[in-house]
Design a protein around this ligand. Sequence first.
Ligand SMILES: *[C@@H]1O[C@H](CO)[C@@H](O)[C@H](O)[C@H]1NC(C)=O
Ligand SMILES: *[C@@H]1O[C@H](CO)[C@@H](O)[C@H](O)[C@H]1NC(C)=O
Ligand SMILES: *[C@@H]1O[C@H](CO)[C@@H](O)[C@H](O)[C@H]1NC(C)=O
Ligand SMILES: *[C@@H]1O[C@H](CO)[C@@H](O)[C@H](O)[C@H]1NC(C)=O
Ligand SMILES: *[C@@H]1O[C@H](CO)[C@@H](O)[C@H](O)[C@H]1NC(C)=O
Ligand SMILES: *[C@@H]1O[C@H](CO)[C@@H](O)[C@H](O)[C@H]1NC(C)=O
Ligand SMILES: *[C@@H]1O[C@H](CO)[C@@H](O)[C@H](O)[C@H]1NC(C)=O
Ligand SMILES: *[C@@H]1O[C@H](CO)[C@@H](O)[C@H](O)[C@H]1NC(C)=O
Ligand SMILES: *[C@@H]1O[C@H](CO)[C@@H](O)[C@H](O)[C@H]1NC(C)=O
Ligand SMILES: *[C@@H]1O[C@H](CO)[C@@H](O)[C@H](O)[C@H]1NC(C)=O
Ligand SMILES: *[C@@H]1O[C@H](CO)[C@@H](O)[C@H](O)[C@H]1NC(C)=O
Length: 317
Amino acid sequence: MFFSGKIFMFTCLIAFVFAIKYRKKYARENEAYILECPLNPTNTNETITWSQYNESISANIQRRVHATGKYLFFLPAVMNDTGLYTCTIQSTLKSKYSHVSLIMSESHDNCSAQPIYPQRLGMGTGVYILCPDIDLYEHKSNFIWYKECKPLHGERYMKIDTGLSLNHFTELDQGIYNCKFTYTYNGKTYTVNRFKNITMKAAYIQRKPTLETAINRTIEVALGDPLNISCSAFIGYNKSVLAAIFWSINGTHVASLNYSRFQEYARNYITPSHEFYIESTLHIRKVEEQDFNSNFTCFVSSSRGGQDSIVILKYPE
Ligand SMILES: *[C@@H]1O[C@H](CO)[C@@H](O)[C@H](O)[C@H]1NC(C)=O
Ligand SMILES: *[C@@H]1O[C@H](CO)[C@@H](O)[C@H](O)[C@H]1NC(C)=O
Ligand SMILES: *[C@@H]1O[C@H](CO)[C@@H](O)[C@H](O)[C@H]1NC(C)=O
Ligand SMILES: *[C@@H]1O[C@H](CO)[C@@H](O)[C@H](O)[C@H]1NC(C)=O
Ligand SMILES: *[C@@H]1O[C@H](CO)[C@@H](O)[C@H](O)[C@H]1NC(C)=O
Ligand SMILES: *[C@@H]1O[C@H](CO)[C@@H](O)[C@H](O)[C@H]1NC(C)=O
Ligand SMILES: *[C@@H]1O[C@H](CO)[C@@H](O)[C@H](O)[C@H]1NC(C)=O
Ligand SMILES: *[C@@H]1O[C@H](CO)[C@@H](O)[C@H](O)[C@H]1NC(C)=O
Ligand SMILES: *[C@@H]1O[C@H](CO)[C@@H](O)[C@H](O)[C@H]1NC(C)=O
Ligand SMILES: *[C@@H]1O[C@H](CO)[C@@H](O)[C@H](O)[C@H]1NC(C)=O
Ligand SMILES: *[C@@H]1O[C@H](CO)[C@@H](O)[C@H](O)[C@H]1NC(C)=O
């Protein structure tokens, strides 16, 4: 058991309450943690103080938890540090304050049960994974990167400064990464870990095509006007997948209808971030009375599944 029921419920409650209003930060027990005040003093007369639930926090650096200007140090953090912290800028005229909620989690070796920072990356290119929120830690050493809690080796991975550079990111590179380093403060050393959930911008492999335009909606158009309705679908990152997109009217494929009134043009394209789309545009030369009672349906399908969406025409208000 990693959590007792009570602590777990308490953490959930805190997470829920704070999710509404405050910026959230995550720390692991027994590791050094530094909170930064989001406010900046505008002149030298302004000082920052820290408090928790109206109790001011000491500046004595011998204390496990102490404040130094903009920064609140937890050396190390413990489970009951979970809570709301307030930094206040006091000046002669007025005071400003900001709340930060700190959420603690237990330290254990389960990679999937950590406070995780998300990062989504595009496929195909070289990527750079940053160790989040670590600029505040001045004296750091022994920097190591892990994936699924195993140290990373090999030519594909390159440590650059505090980040990890990766050649040609693919689906297989998705997972939980963590950076670990040693932090030295006031003669003592502490361990710090940061976990990141690295996912692809769209994990193509589990996806069915999804329509992104012409999604179940009505379009206002005047009788006799021409009209183009385009419908596009995101297919994934891999264009070798077969997919089709087409329009039907009242359930009949446009290709088998009267060509003088309806025409359909299909194309596909790739965005600079390698996303593959297919698109079909329905051209209506001249909108007629009966079109206002018709269902215009765009279909997309591939071996992964399909989706459809109905467009209804209506007279302008
Ligand atoms: C700082 O406070 C002193 C004394 O109250 C005052 O003379 C000075 O103008 C203040 N400086 C700023 C930048 O507000
Ligand atoms: C903090 O103190 C202020 C003023 O004394 C009071 O209005 C507020 O309710 C207190 N907040 C907490 C969390 O105790
Ligand atoms: C929190 O835990 C620390 C270390 O275990 C302990 O010294 C401190 O008294 C605890 N504080 C509260 C409010 O329970
Ligand atoms: C990582 O992110 C993916 C995609 O958002 C999600 O499905 C997965 O559950 C996340 N994993 C963890 C451990 O948070
Ligand atoms: C690790 O944590 C995840 C998510 O909390 C949980 O589903 C899984 O069972 C845990 N694995 C182990 C080995 O404890
Ligand atoms: C419809 O698309 C065609 C071809 O792109 C274009 O020539 C025409 O002007 C468009 N009509 C409307 C109403 O947008
Ligand atoms: C693209 O799809 C083909 C066929 O499913 C698969 O063999 C190939 O590995 C995929 N490529 C990428 C980059 O996912
Ligand atoms: C249009 O679609 C609606 C909802 O799917 C359906 O109830 C109706 O019968 C359709 N009308 C025609 C003419 O196909
Ligand atoms: C096709 O549409 C045109 C214009 O509305 C109409 O004149 C013609 O009779 C239609 N042809 C057929 C086969 O329905
Ligand atoms: C579609 O069905 C409706 C209702 O049956 C009909 O009024 C309309 O003429 C049909 N549209 C076309 C283009 O055939
Ligand atoms: C449009 O509505 C239909 C019927 O409610 C639904 O099956 C379909 O998934 C919807 N399409 C989109 C793109 O939301």
